[in-house]
Design a binder for this molecule. Structure first.
Ligand code: GTP
Ligand code: MG
Length: 149
C-alpha cells in the first residue's frame, strides 16, 4: 500500500496544532504507521530538503527547521501521497483554500506548518531518512472494512 511522509513543522508544534493536524489524517481514514517528535539536526534537514539546495531560502529553511521540535509521521492508504498534498493545500498558505490545513491555520510561506511528500518516490526516500524499518508498525485497524470496499 502507498505511504507518505508528513511532518508537523516547528511553528505548528509551538502553536499547539499537532492534534488538529493528526486529526485530519485520522478522520479521513488513513492509517498511522509511525510517529515521533524530534529536534532534527541541520544535517538531517539539509538532506531532507536537498532538492531545494540551489534556492535562496534553503539555508534559512534548514536553520529554521532545526530550531525546535517537529513531529514526523508515516501515513498509509490508497492514494495517500496525492490526497495528503491536497489536504495540506498549496505551498503558499495565501493560495490555499479554506478547508485545507494550510488554508485554515497559517498565513506565510515560510511558516506553513506542515510538510507532505510530493511523489511516491520522494515519500520512500523521506521515510527511509527519518525512520528505521523497525519503527514502522504493521497493523490492521479494526475499521478497515468500513473504509475500503
Ligand atoms: P513541503 O511539503 O514543506 O516540502 O512544501 P512544498 O512541497 O509545498 O514546497 P517546496 O518543497 O517547494 O518547499 C519546501 C518548503 O520551503 C515550503 O514548504 C516552504 O516552507 C519553504 N519555501 C518554499 N518556497 C519558499 C519561498 O519562496 N520563501 C520562503 N521563505 N520559503 C519557501
Ligand atoms: Mg516539498
Amino acid at each position: 500500500t502507498e505511504r507518505t511522509f508528513i511532518m508537523i513543522k516547528p511553528d505548528a508544534v509551538q502553536r499547539g496544532l499537532v492534534g488538529k493536524i493528526i486529526c485530519r489524517f485520522e478522520e479521513k481514514g488513513f492509517k498511522l504507521v509511525a510517529m515521533k517528535q524530534k529536534i532534527g539536526s541541520k544535517e538531517l534537514f539539509a538532506k531532507h530538503y536537498e532538492s531545494l539546495k540551489k534556492l535562496k531560502f534553503y539555508d534559512g529553511l534548514v536553520a529554521y527547521m532545526a530550531t525546535s521540535p517537529v513531529v514526523a509521521m508515516v501515513w498509509e492508504g490508497l492514494g495517500v501521497v496525492k490526497t495528503g498534498r491536497l489536504m495540506l493545500g498549496e505551498t503558499d498558505p495565501a493560495k490555499s483554500l479554506p478547508g485545507t490545513i494550510r488554508g485554515d491555520y497559517c498565513i506565510e510561506i515560510g511558516r506553513n506548518i506542515c510538510h507532505g511528500s510530493d511523489s511516491v518516490a520522494s515519500a520512500n526516500d523521506e521515510i527511509a531518512l527519518w525512520f528505521d524499518d523497525s519503527e514502522l508498525c504493521h497493523w490492521t485497524p479494526s475499521n478497515s472494512a468500513w473504509i475500503y470496499e
